[in-house]
Ligand binder design. Structure first.
Ligand SMILES: Cc1cn([C@H]2C[C@H](O)[C@@H](COP(=O)(O)OP(=O)(O)OP(=O)(O)O)O2)c(=O)[nH]c1=O
Length: 212
């Protein structure tokens, strides 16, 4: 029996996030190209968190597809994008760039439940698109003023939705997580693999999802 893997189509990861790349590599997938997009990620008025995660994942995928369509080496490629939104109720927390923003987020998250929605979109050069939104529910322990200060000093919150990164020291704040850990980090791997397999992309040599 030929054990070699079937040839893979080019795969574009529409992301500048080193975490999304690392998550993809964790399941043995090396994208052919990284095409980060530069979108305005501001929520629309009254836009629900789930809808925002879905819209931005799709917009990132479409923007990268436009770029990929001009490159011969990316002909017939699959384009993968993701977007992570953290919210408390319907309130969407910012992707924190300044300390005060992160401080506000941590004070809000302290001792409470919140949700993380991660949208993923996979589109093909001929216009076919699949998307999913994966929801995770988390609860943070109550954070003392000192814990907030110490965490802010780590700088790990920078560029992170909700002002924390579960893959870093904030892991010790997470009393409970129901959902997808990889989704919270930025790319839900079960659902990503399923979307790729649905497009015929060989994951685990094409055996992922086989029932036999
Ligand atoms: C909640 C949480 C978010 N994050 C990150 C994931 C995302 O990178 C970021 C949310 O911003 P996103 O807009 O989803 O992603 P990004 O701007 O970093 O990358 P790109 O759009 O180029 O793909 O927050 C963590 O790394 N850990 C966490 O625990």
């Amino acid at each position: 029996m030929d054990k070699s893997l079937p040839p893979r189509r080019p795969l574009v990861l529409a992301s500048a996030s080193p975490r999304r790349l690392a998550l993809l590599q964790q399941i043995g997938i090396e994208p052919t190209a990284l095409l980060p997009t530069d979108l305005d990620e501001t929520p629309r008025r009254n836009e629900a968190p789930r809808a925002l995660a879905s819209r931005l994942a799709l917009e990132k995928a479409f923007a990268a597809r436009d770029v990929a369509s001009k490159r011969d080496d990316l002909a017939d490629s699959l384009i993968l994008a993701g977007d992570t939104v953290v919210c408390v109720g319907r309130r969407i927390l910012p992707k924190c760039e300044i300390r005060e923003e992160a401080q506000d987020c941590l004070r809000l998250l302290s001792g409470r439940a919140h949700r993380v929605f991660t949208g993923i979109a996979l589109c093909t050069s001929n216009g076919k698109t699949r998307e999913r939104v994966v929801e995770s529910r988390l609860r943070f322990k109550r954070l003392s003023g000192r814990e907030v200060e110490m965490y802010l000093a780590t700088d790990e919150w920078r560029g992170k939705a909700g002002g924390y990164a579960i893959q870093g020291q904030a892991a010790m704040f997470v009393a409970r997580l129901i959902g997808s850990y990889s989704g919270v980090v930025g790319l839900p791997l079960y659902e990503t693999a399923a979307l790729l397999v649905g497009e015929g992309y060989p994951v685990l040599g094409g055996r992922f999802g086989d029932s036999g």
